[in-house]
Design a binder for this molecule. Structure first.
Ligand code: SF4
Length: 289
């Protein structure tokens, strides 16, 4: 996929071919695959997200001892959730995926391992709630991938380069677009949802305690998922981002460039630099980069 602007996706959506199919065709062409093989691979990613959720172990702990069990805690609490059971499930899924990553289990980097929880956190409960076919979920992943590809090409998707806005922010923008697709929204609404999600997470710094993708990363996936849900709902309600999506992405790149090195995955700033963050790093014998 060689998409470099959301405007390009909006123009493509004006063609008779469904947008997800045009994206799939572009993906197949770029990777030198048949369309069937591209679909098979994307379906493999969807099934891997579902397996990671299904195989989550409440007993698993990361080797640092910092992570594990919170996904189950949230599931146990789900029925009492302030935002209702669906929201609790979204929170639980995000925590589960982040913990799976910290525990070195198989996850799907979407777009990165650190932000692997955002897309499954909204897509898996969505499918459970609406009974959506796997085929449609795979189509939604193509939409998410295209939005992610534009973000990667105009800005970046690495915390070390652009801060956490580039990881969890990008994942939230991708998930917001996918949710709008699943609800039958237009590509313009997808663009607004992506712009709102990314815009609301602009400036999010990358500050992993002890340099491990655990604190605050796992819980930050929850915030990304919540941003995706609220942004998708706003866009579907007809609320627009005053700043076009491409300009929000460009702003994200500029903010990322302006971030000091201490807030770009070095473990030297933000939460990593707090007394407790430093104490944890010392206890684990992990010096900042
Ligand atoms: S804080 Fe840094 S390492 Fe953690 S998820 Fe965000 S970008 Fe990734």
């Amino acid at each position: 996929m060689a998409f470099t602007s959301i405007e390009q996706l909006e123009a493509l959506a004006a063609q008779p071919t469904p947008l997800w199919r045009a994206i799939m065709t572009a993906d197949a062409r770029e990777q030198g695959l048949s369309e069937e093989e591209s679909l098979r691979r994307m379906n493999g990613m969807w099934q891997a997200m579902r397996s990671a959720s299904r195989d989550y172990s409440a007993a698993a702990r990361s080797s640092s001892g910092l992570s594990g069990g919170d996904g189950q805690r949230m599931l146990d609490y789900a029925a009492c959730g302030i935002g209702g059971e669906f929201f609790s499930q979204v929170i639980a899924e995000a925590l589960k995926m982040g913990e799976c990553n910290a525990c070195m289990k198989r996850i799907v980097a979407a777009p990165t391992a650190g932000s692997c929880g955002v897309l499954p956190a909204v897509l898996i409960p969505f499918q459970q709630k609406h009974g959506t076919q796997d085929e449609t979920m795979v189509h939604a992943l193509y939409l998410a991938a295209a939005f992610g590809q534009v973000i990667a090409s105009r800005a970046c998707i690495a915390g070390a380069e652009g801060g956490c806005q580039a990881e969890v922010g990008a994942a939230a923008g991708m998930a917001a677009a996918a949710l709008v697709f699943l609800k039958g929204g237009t590509v313009s609404a997808m663009a607004h949802a992506c712009a709102i999600a990314l815009g609301n997470l602009l400036g999010l710094v990358c500050d992993p305690v002890a340099g491990l993708v655990e604190v605050p990363c796992i819980k930050r996936n929850v915030i990304g998922a919540m941003a995706a849900l609220s942004s998708a709902d706003m866009a579907l309600a007809g609320i627009t981002s005053r700043i076009p999506a491409d300009e929000v992405i460009d702003a994200m790149r500029e903010v990322g460039d302006a971030l000091p090195a201490s807030l770009r995955e070095t473990g030297r700033g933000g939460l990593a630099a707090t007394p407790t963050g430093q104490k944890i790093a010392r206890q684990l014998n992990l010096e900042p980069k």
